[in-house]
Ligand binder design. Structure first.
Ligand code: GAR
Length: 224
């Protein structure tokens, strides 16, 4: 992407929305050549909706009613997204598994951030699982979304040392601080046309990205 007009970006959240806030601020600061045009939450009570509204953005709850099946919910969600005609979509703490059909509708232009060094620790409770396994390293991954959960090509990872005495809270706080840096960075590459999706894979600066880029945050006191 490298259109003359800033790209339109829709952000999907389910909770606090701290990544959404980091992304919107980066757009406002000109670090991402994009306009956030709407923030959508599948949970009406998500704190992030109030933050989005405070930015003056459309903050849209799209809840899944108990009586509604997944396909109908996704159709409503897609309709809400498409009404804003986004060029790209950021899942930012969006905690719902999406069907292959939904993902394919936005193939090559939907991103996610996941709190682990993928492919390790797909799924939930990553910080607790990392601590239980006595891992030395942890981090977060920004990836293109593909139909298989947490499996799309990873563009950029933050890596940080697990410290002695770390708790789930202390570890997640450091991982989240790194997320707020790497997610806007990847979106800025996509918005400026440096990052593209070609032949089912990620390309950066005209070459296939065969392995994720890794940025070290907080190497702690451990020897590398
Ligand atoms: C983030 O840490 C993100 O990596 C994680 O949810 C948190 C949302 O925080 N996402 C996932 O676990 C997706 N599987 P936020 O609402 O404050 O941005």
């Amino acid at each position: 992407m490298n259109a003359a007009a800033p790209a339109r970006l829709v952000i999907l959240i389910s909770g606090r929305g701290s990544n959404m806030v980091a992304i919107v601020r980066a757009c406002q600061a000109g670090a991402i050549a994009a306009h956030p045009v709407a923030v959508i939450s599948d949970r009406p009570e998500a704190q992030g909706l109030a933050s989005a509204a405070a930015f003056g953005l459309p903050a849209l709850p799209v809840a899944r009613a108990a009586a509604v099946d997944a396909a109908a919910f996704e159709a409503t969600l897609a309709g809400t997204i498409d009404a804003y005609q986004p060029q790209f979509i950021a899942l930012a703490g969006f905690m719902r598994i999406l069907s292959a059909g939904f993902v394919e509708r936005y193939a090559g232009r939907m991103f996610n951030i996941h709190p682990s060094l993928l492919p390790a620790y797909r799924g939930l409770h990553t910080h607790a699982r990392v601590l239980a396994a006595h891992e030395r390293w942890h981090g977060a991954s920004v990836h293109f979304v593909t139909p298989q959960l947490d499996s799309g090509p990873v563009v950029l990872q933050s890596r940080l040392a697990v410290r002695p005495g770390d708790t789930e809270e202390s570890l997640s706080a450091r991982v989240q601080a790194s997320e707020h840096i790497i997610y806007p960075r990847v979106l800025s590459w996509f918005a400026s046309g440096r990052l593209t999706w070609q032949a089912g894979g990620a390309w950066l600066d005209g070459a296939p990205l065969r392995t994720p880029l890794v940025e070290d945050f907080d190497a702690g006191d451990l020897p590398h």
